[in-house]
Write a protein that binds this ligand. Structure first.
Ligand code: S3P
Length: 175
């Protein structure tokens, strides 16, 4: 496989962990868009949101995707809101095989409540925010992804194996 495998999904669905696991198993380098933006900017995502706002962060995501368009043979794990912009959804599909990691709102709440590095959930009602954001985003993940994987009942090894098998099949098909 020389193309990219791209992970999309809501905050707390395990994109970074699964990305690292895929990277180890396939010996593909991993690109984590949140980490790369933080590195390029020399500041954290909460700082970017606080100093410049969400729109500026979304511009950074789009600029980064445009710059990655020629990359191949990478695992790319993305920030949960990268699918909001239509241009990003199109870029992601052009870049490779897009997997949507799905988890229940309860599981997402559980996983994201362990730290406070997600500005969109730093408010009085993170569970309500998760439900509202999911409602608007689910159709966008659906539109962008080639495959959805329900993660609630699976461990990381099972998810990794499932992704590799389906990616092999996808890349073996004629266009
Ligand atoms: C965001 C998700 C975060 C990060 C930023 C915004 C979102 O990434 O990009 O806080 O809008 O869902 P993770 O999905 O890796 O938490």
């Amino acid at each position: 496989m020389t193309e990219n495998i791209i992970l999309v999904g809501f905050m707390g669905t395990g994109k970074s962990t699964i990305g690292r696991s895929l990277s180890q198993t396939l010996s593909y380098p991993v690109i984590d868009t949140d980490q790369l933006i933080e590195k390029q900017q020399g500041r954290s995502i909460p700082e970017i949101f606080e100093e410049e706002g969400e729109d500026a962060f979304r511009d950074m995501e789009t600029a980064l995707l445009r710059s990655l368009l020629k990359q191949s043979g990478h695992i790319i794990s993305t920030g949960g809101g990268i699918i909001i912009r239509e241009e990003n959804r199109q870029l992601l599909r052009k870049m490779g095989y897009v997997i949507w990691l799905v988890a229940s709102p309860e599981e997402i709440h559980n996983r994201t409540s362990r730290n406070n590095n997600r500005p969109l959930l730093n408010n009085e009602d993170p569970a309500g925010t998760i439900r509202k954001l999911l409602e608007t985003r689910i159709p966008l993940y659906k539109e962008c992804a080639h495959l959805a994987i329900e993660t609630n009942q699976l461990n990381f090894d099972e998810i990794t194996t499932g992704i590799i098998e389906s990616a092999r099949y996808y890349f073996s098909q004629p266009e």
